[in-house]
Design a protein around this ligand. Structure first.
Ligand SMILES: NC(=O)c1ccc[n+]([C@@H]2O[C@H](COP(=O)([O-])OP(=O)(O)OC[C@H]3O[C@@H](n4cnc5c(N)ncnc54)[C@H](OP(=O)(O)O)[C@@H]3O)[C@@H](O)[C@H]2O)c1
Length: 313
């Protein structure tokens, strides 16, 4: 498989000869960004056995899995929702580059996806709050994938609402991870995709961003910011051929919500991931998942403020 833009000459991605997943931070000896253009220097990735099988079916006979393997970058890859999506992508034979801050957990997720059949699994251990590291990280990831079809952004923290009310420093942490870091990543990725008139940016916002509630309005505000940013970004780059998908889950059973009251009744993460993957394959702009949340939030948004302010939500 060749890179779509071999601007910096051919390079073979690290580990391609004897391993299908690699952990390698960006390094000065392997420049990921072209100094003159600030563009990623795309690698040429060797075709895996699985890729070859998918592309060499006899003429006129549709192979069982005829879809082309896609290159998917996952930012916050140890997320429960992300892991469930990645399992589907791995079983389809897609190529994945995973970024997370917990090295042990990331290695376990990568090994599992490798076993499940991903064409390629690359990883980087990075705290995504470090926005200064984003350009080199993203160039390196795209270099390793030899291009980009989908960028999936599940990173996020719930935070502690009561703590955020007491101390602005905690509110700032929530806003940093959920909003500022996401905006930083999307700014670079949107420009990369817009220049190529291709790509899908799929971002996990939340129904919590549809209306501020006293129980989690700092988290909700961070997600409202993401939703508004994505709407504006879509308005800017949809015409460039770049798809921006806003994903708004209702409550889902993951580690983020495990401690919440009633979490046993929250949506199943496997079902939610199936809907998200299908939506990324599709053409929509905003996904509520499960779908009933589109109706629930329309009702919640319609409640007059004079009533809403007295409610315990
Ligand atoms: N679960 C729900 O009910 C629900 C509902 C609506 C929206 N969402 C959104 O969906 C997304 C995924 O949530 P989830 O349920 O899968 O929760 P999760 O399992 O807690 O996943 C969140 C992920 O973000 C990662 N992350 C947080 N800060 C990071 C940082 N600075 N650098 C790198 N990674 C970082 C976390 O890494 P660590 O493991 O290292 O902390 C974790 O893997 C989040 O954006 C969340 O807000 C979830």
């Amino acid at each position: 498989m060749t890179g779509e833009h071999g601007t910096g000459g051919e390079r073979i991605e690290p580990g391609a000869t004897d391993a299908r997943y690699t952990t390698h931070p960006p390094s000065a000896s392997s420049p990921a960004i072209d100094e003159s253009t600030q563009e990623p220097v795309l690698a040429v990735r060797r075709t895996s056995g699985r890729d070859r099988e998918a592309h060499t079916a006899p003429t006129g006979v549709a192979p069982a899995e005829s879809r082309v393997s896609r290159r998917i970058l996952v930012l916050g890859a140890t997320s429960g929702i992300a892991e469930a999506c990645c399992r589907i992508w791995a079983e389809r034979g897609d190529s994945l580059f995973l970024v997370a801050r917990n090295a042990d957990r990331l290695a376990a997720v990568a090994a599992d996806l490798h076993t499940r059949g991903a064409a390629y699994v690359g990883t980087s251990v990075v705290n995504l709050d470090d926005t200064a590291a984003h350009p080199e990280l993203l160039a390196h990831a795209i270099n390793s994938l030899a291009g980009l079809d989908v960028a999936f952004l599940p990173l996020g923290i719930l935070g502690d609402q009561a703590e955020a009310e007491r101390h602005f420093s905690h509110a700032a942490e929530i806003l940093q991870t959920n909003f500022t870091s996401v905006v930083s990543l999307l700014t670079w990725l949107a420009n990369y995709c817009a220049q190529r008139h291709a790509g899908t940016l799929a971002v996990l916002s939340s129904v919590a961003g549809d209306r501020g509630r006293k129980s989690n309005y700092v988290y909700g505000a961070s997600k409202a910011g993401v939703t508004a940013f994505l709407a504006g970004l879509r308005n800017r780059i949809d015409r460039e051929g770049v798809r921006v998908l806003t994903i708004k889950p209702g409550p889902v059973r993951t580690s983020m919500t495990a401690a919440m009251k009633g979490s046993a009744k929250f949506a199943d993460v496997g079902a939610v991931a199936g809907t998200i993957v299908k939506s990324i394959d599709g053409t929509g702009d905003v996904l509520y998942v499960p779908g009933k949340w589109r109706v629930i939030m329309a009702v919640v948004r319609a409640i007059p403020e004079r009533m809403f302010k007295k409610m315990n939500l």
